[in-house]
Design a protein around this ligand. Structure first.
Ligand SMILES: Cc1cc2nc3c(=O)[nH]c(=O)nc-3n(C[C@H](O)[C@H](O)[C@H](O)COP(=O)(O)OP(=O)(O)OC[C@H]3O[C@@H](n4cnc5c(N)ncnc54)[C@H](O)[C@@H]3O)c2cc1C
Length: 408
């Protein structure tokens, strides 16, 4: 029983394994897939955004309702500590223009390879193709290529991930198993996701895949307060996605839950004020088409122009004041978030109130949870991985301490 079982070989589980092993415990990592860190590797495809250089407490506020809880985890291991940790593995990082932090080579694979090698050298045992399926008489039950396996462990860290991109291993199958044990689990929801709008077939066919940049988004949170943010998004076949939309996704999703749909307004011409736009658009068209007039007088063309026509229809040119207002505040009704399978991350999971400060489940002493399977969410920008690493560390330390207490 001097063993700690870590289930899930993502960043949270591997970090838990690292600190648990450093405390002297026997550590076994069980992973359902044939290799660990698959989502971490995919995160590296677009240039691994490991963390963010934003200073605390602004950094903490990215975790919304959970900022106080995550702040406590970050007190033990924050973004700077994460960068030092990566450097220790031979991976130097740099701060990009947006403040995001990346490995110098922007890749996840060298970091993951070096990390797993070091964990193995330190004595962590890896068991891939071991899919945990719950408990039998207090033992952990796994499906393995050799049949069912029962494992007794002195402490367990569950780091099973959320529900997005299930093909990479984190499929959320664990939620009913924990609920059945009396653990309070919030439903998994799409986070950092696109939204459906329901374009006309003509618009979708012509403009899916087109970026909209720069634009300023205006939206109201579920409480009715208006916010704005400049950025970029992309038209999709069914609606809209991209970094700007991801950043608002929690708020928009909650508004849809509360009101059935959410209004997003886009300023398609952030560089021009309404009065100038109206003045320029009022100039004579000299026989030019409205599309050409828009392009010349407001810089609006392509998908942006098509959005204006989609909103105003054939009469778009009849009322210049209305046309200018629409360019400055194009209304988009968001119908629903895209399915969780497509989202970058998920919200929901094990409620933090179901755990003590060491991330041990109150209903299941000796069982700890970490990473995206916990009920917090944050925008992209490195905040996701940072919370996974720091909660993994806290859960691993908690498990080691629990084991020490049991042995004493
Ligand atoms: C396309 C994409 C890009 C991303 N880019 C970034 C980025 O640049 N920066 C950032 O901060 N975040 C990014 N993220 C999010 C980030 O990758 C995740 O938040 C993070 O990987 C979650 O870590 P985790 O350890 O909690 O879970 P995961 O990484 O999902 O790992 C969980 C592991 O548990 C295993 N598992 C699940 N169930 C079982 C079971 N029953 N038995 C055994 N094993 C099981 C899974 O196979 C998986 O390996 C990105 C996500 C996606 C999808």
């Amino acid at each position: 029983m001097n063993r700690i079982a870590i289930i899930g070989g993502g960043p949270a589980g591997l970090m838990a394994a690292e600190v648990a092993r450093a405390s002297g415990a026997e550590v076994d990592v069980y992973e359902a897939k044939g290799s660990v860190g698959r989502k971490f590797l995919i995160a590296g495809k677009g240039g691994l955004n490991l963390t963010h250089s934003e200073r605390r407490p602004a950094f903490d506020r990215r975790y919304r309702e959970r900022s106080d809880d995550v702040a406590a985890w970050l007190d033990g291991f924050d973004a700077d500590a994460l960068r030092d940790w990566a450097r220790d593995l031979g991976v130097d990082t740099y701060v990009g223009t947006s403040g995001r932090v990346f490995p110098m080579d922007r890749k996840a694979a060298p970091l993951l390879r070096g990390w797993v090698r070091r964990l193995r050298e330190d004595g962590v045992r890896f068991h891939v193709q071991h899919r945990w399926t719950g408990w039998t008489d207090g033992a952990l039950r796994f499906d393995t290529p050799d049949g069912e396996l029962l494992v007794h462990a002195g402490a367990t860290v569950l780091a099973l991930g959320g529900g997005s991109w299930p093909q990479l291993g984190s499929d959320g199958a664990w939620t009913p198993w924990l609920s059945a044990q009396g653990v309070d689990v919030a439903p998994l929801l799409s986070s950092n996701c696109g939204f459906d709008i329901g374009w006309s077939g003509h618009f979708a066919q012509r403009h899916a895949g087109t970026p909209l940049k720069p634009v300023v988004a205006y939206w109201r949170d579920a409480g009715g307060a208006e916010h704005s943010l400049q950025g970029e998004c992309v038209v999709t076949a069914t609606g809209i996605e991209g970094s700007l939309v991801y950043a608002l996704s929690a708020s928009l999703r909650d508004s849809i839950t509360a009101h059935g749909s959410a209004m997003l307004h886009l300023d398609l011409a952030p560089g021009r004020d309404l009065a100038r736009l109206e003045r320029d658009l009022s100039k004579s068209r000299d026989g030019r088409s409205l599309g050409e007039h828009l392009r010349r007088q407001s810089g609006i063309s392509g998908a942006k122009a098509a959005l204006v026509f989609e909103a105003l229809g054939k009469s778009a040119g009849d009322d210049i004041a209305r046309l200018a207002r629409t360019i400055k505040r194009l209304p988009l009704r968001l119908l629903r978030p895209r399915p969780i399978e497509e989202a970058i991350s998920s919200a929901g999971g094990v409620r933090l109130e179901a755990m003590d400060a060491s991330l041990m489940l109150r209903a299941m002493p000796g069982v700890f949870c970490a990473g995206e399977m916990l009920d917090w969410e944050a925008p992209t920008g490195g905040y996701l991985l940072t919370a996974c690493f720091t909660s993994g560390r806290r859960a691993g330390l908690g498990a080691a301490k629990w084991l020490g207490k049991a042995a004493a």
